[in-house]
Design a protein around this ligand. Structure first.
Ligand SMILES: Cc1cc2nc3c(=O)[nH]c(=O)nc-3n(C[C@H](O)[C@H](O)[C@H](O)COP(=O)(O)O)c2cc1C
Length: 175
């Protein structure tokens, strides 16, 4: 099985979740992890599973304006040109049967804060004709710049193992 994980991250939290997901997939799959900027430069891969994630900004996927806002809150270099939203909006529809999964990070508090980058990515993936291997998954940070809430890295890894098992079962039963 081959998988590709594509992520966007301003402060490193979504990047850490992406790496934990890759670790979980790697037990059962070849895995490539790419920033969205790198993925935009590479041709569309032929993979069994594409996993896409980003941070929740202003109730959904980030926009250039929210990424610039985030960039003012960190000294680390932040890519503000292309986010998951722009990358998926520019992507071409895929053949039937292509599989994907969506994840995102969002603030743990206040817990009622609506909106989710994971759901935004999931909606776009379905629009591109992907079948989702699971419901979009949110992972939580304690504050805007992090850290990740306790237990989120192992939860991400376990989710990825669940995804891998689901896909391996499908591949095994494919005629
Ligand atoms: C401009 C901006 C807007 C944000 N809006 C939301 C929001 O609407 N809901 C939410 O739960 N978190 C929001 N956050 C918190 C982000 O989700 C958090 O910074 C992100 O999960 C951290 O991931 P990263 O380190 O990968 O960038 C916002 C953060 C920024 C910088």
């Amino acid at each position: 099985m081959r998988a590709r994980v594509v992520y966007e991250s301003m402060f490193g939290n979504t990047a850490a979740i992406a790496e934990a997901i890759a670790d979980g997939l790697r037990e059962h799959s070849e895995v490539e992890v790419l920033t969205v900027a790198a993925a935009a430069e590479k041709p569309e891969p032929t993979v069994d599973l594409l996993v896409v994630g980003g941070p929740t900004h202003a109730f959904g996927l980030s926009r250039a304006r929210t990424r610039r806002d985030a960039a003012t809150q960190t000294d680390a270099p932040v890519a503000t040109d292309t986010g998951i939203r722009e990358w998926l909006d520019a992507a071409l529809p895929v053949p039937g049967g292509s599989r994907a999964a969506a994840f995102g990070t969002k603030a743990a508090k206040p817990s009622w804060l609506p909106g989710s980058a994971a759901r935004g990515a999931g909606r776009r993936l379905r629009r591109l004709n992907y079948e989702l291997a699971d419901d979009p998954m949110d992972f939580y940070v304690e504050g805007t710049a992090g850290p990740l809430a306790s237990g989120e890295l192992p939860r991400a890894r376990a989710w990825a193992e669940h995804l891998a098992h689901t896909e391996l079962d499908r591949i095994a039963h494919r005629v």
